[in-house]
Design a protein around this ligand. Sequence first.
Ligand SMILES: Nc1ncnc2c1ncn2[C@@H]1O[C@H](COP(=O)(O)OP(=O)(O)O)[C@@H](O)[C@H]1O
Ligand SMILES: [Mg+2]
Ligand SMILES: [Zn+2]
Length: 510
Amino acid sequence: MLATLNTLVLTGIDARPVKVEVDIQNGLPGFEVVGLASTSIKEARERVRSAIKNLGYEFPNRKIIVNLAPADLKKEGSHFDLAIALGILISSGQLEGHLPENMYFSGELSLNGTLRKIPGVLSMALELINIDKNSMFFVPEANREEAGLVSEIKSYPVSSLQEVFDFIAGDNSLFSAEPFQVSTNFDQEILPDFAEVKGQETAKRALQIAAAGLHNVLLIGPPGGGKTMLARRIPGILPEMTREEILETTRIYSVASLLDSEHPLIHTRPFRAPHKNASAASIIGGGRIPRPGEISLAQNGILFLDELPEFNRDVLEALRQPLEDKVVTVARAQATYTYPANFSLIASMNPCPCGFFGSDVECTCTPLQIQKYLGRISGPLLDRMDLHIEIPRVKYEQLRDKANSETSASIREKVKEARMIQKKRFSHYKISLNSQMRPADIKKFCSLDEKSEMLLKNAFDRLNMSARGYDRVLKVARTIADLEHSEKIQLQHLAESLRYRSLDRKYWNA
Ligand SMILES: Nc1ncnc2c1ncn2[C@@H]1O[C@H](COP(=O)(O)OP(=O)(O)O)[C@@H](O)[C@H]1O
Ligand SMILES: [Mg+2]
Ligand SMILES: [Zn+2]
């Protein structure tokens, strides 16, 4: 008898439905999986066999064929186990019961028949809203919180194959996961505060703008100026995550298998600070079994690349596309995966190997050394950094200054207001932040008066700006205007935005 069960497969960050057909035929004993299945699925055989045996059922000593449809969709993962095991039990006549069309099964089996946590449950549950709001989704107990985030469908966290067996066989004693609503009142973590940073008012202002519009920032200056210190304080001026952002970010961590019982959901803004020796695959995404990289794990938050020129050259080059598109595409032989990558890149760097070029301390590098060092940051990459900020060394008097600087909490309120204005403006568009504006949006929302047009035209010629740089100046000007609750971009907003683009003249074209 042929048994057909529903499950889903991950295609990057999204999920698609898959039918698992199990047929048991006479012939030489065997276990064959067809339908573009990866080796991880072919390994299901041993797990499924042991689980079935250890629960006291019989693993048919005949020819078992498992077909995964649609055939043109690449299938990856160990979560097909549950559907395959149930299919074998049904197909061999050991399990009888009603299996409605709206039941979906995802879970990896351990040898004793219990279910293990799997990646991507949140993506699967979200896809089920599109497929059928009456879906019943069976997931491992360890994925309870994730599944429960999606209150639109019914999820059933189960701990073993036996539990699902009993449910289908008619023992309906299973509970639905509590529909779990994300409260927006997660405690704000205690984060380091901007008030601890003395001086550096220009930098603080620029970081406030970056936080408000989720723009990219390059911090450049001699060692000890506080670049790292400043960057680490950005999460504290970002607003709490919205429910939408929590879902968006959590599903990426779920796909990357980075959720655990201590962090079942991601509700604080990511701050990712990968090491400078990290591989392109770990930062950009990819690998033999594709996984989202650091740029995706930074979704709706910060990617901090400290000492940018010291990162691998292929990492720096590969950053360009996602910085432009806000998504990253990873191509594999039989499939292409797309992961979100909407983050603010905060990069820091010294201007030369010794660190003091352009500062009040003498630089000991040769011109060639300086040129080579700065040359690691290519023009196109520099172009994508919306705000370039110089971080000079703080003076002794500034460090001793007892005057209170603005606190992170106070800055965060301004950032929140500016974000509300953006959200409202883009409510009929698929974006919510100025940094996400596409050229057509920029045309629409960044109109300039005559004087500003003149200023921009002059700057464009004088700074030898690219079209990309031009767009980015306007986006930042839009955020500055929003921070001042100004409907129109005014001359002073544009002028300030332009000031954050002139650093390359001091260093790169020196
Ligand atoms: N503006 C500042 N206000 C207060 N302390 C500072 C400031 N700048 C630097 N420091 C102190 O110097 C240390 C080193 O700064 P750091 O952020 O590592 O500099 P950089 O990354 O630019 O080399 C900080 O941990 C902090 O103790
Ligand atoms: Mg540093
Ligand atoms: Zn130097």
